[in-house]
Write a protein that binds this ligand. Structure first.
Ligand code: C2E
Ligand code: MG
Ligand code: MG
Ligand code: MG
Length: 287
């Protein structure tokens, strides 16, 4: 089968590609139903100070359990959402849901300083985004500093468009702006000086090679140094081992996130985890 694209080139799809395409279309349709049926969920992963373990905030991560296919990872459905024009709907939903949940926690007397929400670079092509965020904060009575928006360096692709203006307008609301997956992809130091970011998140791939790889350690050290000299929070994600945590303490990393502390949790799971942490802090001292 041949398909004509807008540029007029003809692409021939092999049967295998057809099957993959069909699967993505199928997933796209299922995703549309899931969004409409409010079947997506957010799980929350704690972010804490590496030494005191004081809570810095939580990152909201989307979860989807398909009725027959079971759990589908965000690494699979987020790209499908981007291809099938549904990524704005997901971003809109997660901003609202994360703020609703945070307001609920605060009303319960549970002090969670910030919630971080992942947004696709594509969402910033819509200049209505800052107004929408302001509206959500207002609806739930949350000060802007309670919200951090995580973007990736793919935000730099749309140089001609309105994207960067929209990023600045979001930041001007007073919400935090975090550069996620820093050190991968389109990384360049000029990006962090051109964007009004408040936080750098070092990609978890650096932690994966950390113990054996001197280069990974040197890069983490350098990024923490850059963050410090720019007055940014530096979050290290994917922290899985105690030696990694200790090394990050030595380097002066301000925030850590990873399976060593907790996996992403349901809202109830997070409340239970916080209670457990408070108990541990009051009881036996940590090593
Ligand atoms: P991310 O924003 O970089 O999120 C961190 C990912 O690392 C999460 O994967 C988290 O579960 C995982 N992780 C955390 N600690 C550890 C650790 O110690 N070890 C390992 N191996 N992994 C760890 P998850 O939830 O599967 O999400 C994958 C990606 O999907 C996210 O990467 C983000 O780019 C995207 N994503 C997730 N939720 C949303 C969303 O609501 N909107 C958008 N646009 N993207 C989302
Ligand atoms: Mg993230
Ligand atoms: Mg990341
Ligand atoms: Mg990622």
């Amino acid at each position: 089968e041949a398909k004509k694209t807008q540029r007029g080139t003809i692409h021939f799809f092999s049967p295998e590609m057809d099957a993959a395409l069909q699967q993505r279309l199928h997933l796209g349709n299922a995703l549309r139903e899931a969004i409409a049926g409010n079947a997506l969920e957010l799980h929350y992963q704690p972010q804490l100070a590496p030494e005191s373990r004081a809570l810095h905030g939580v990152e909201a991560l989307a979860r989807w359990t398909h009725p027959t296919l079971g759990r589908i990872a965000p690494d699979k459905f987020i790209p499908v959402a981007e291809e099938t024009d549904q990524i704005e709907a997901i971003g809109t939903w997660s901003l609202g849901e994360a703020c609703r949940q945070l307001a609920l926690w605060r009303a319960m007397g549970i002090d969670i300083p910030t919630v971080s929400v992942n947004l696709s670079a594509l969402h910033f092509r819509n200049s209505a985004l800052p107004g929408f965020i302001a509206g959500v904060l207002d609806r739930y009575g949350l000060p802007p500093r309670c919200l951090t928006v995580e973007i990736t360096e793919s935000i730099m692709v749309d140089r001609g468009g309105r994207t960067l203006e929209t990023v600045r307008a979001v930041r001007d609301l007073g919400v935090g702006l975090s550069m996620d997956d820093f050190g991968t992809g389109f990384s360049s130091l000029s990006n962090i000086s051109r964007l009004p970011i408040s936080e750098l998140k070092i990609d978890r791939s650096f932690m994966q090679h950390f113990e054996q790889d001197g280069n990974a350690q040197a890069l983490v050290r350098a990024v923490i140094g850059i963050g410090q000299s720019l007055g940014l929070d530096v979050v290290c994600e994917g922290v899985e081992t105690e030696p990694q945590r200790r090394f990050l303490v030595e380097l002066g990393c301000s925030v850590v996130q990873g399976y060593l502390f907790s996996r992403p949790l349901t809202p109830d799971g997070l409340v239970a985890w916080l209670a457990e942490q408070a108990g541990a802090a009051a009881g036996t001292p940590r090593r």
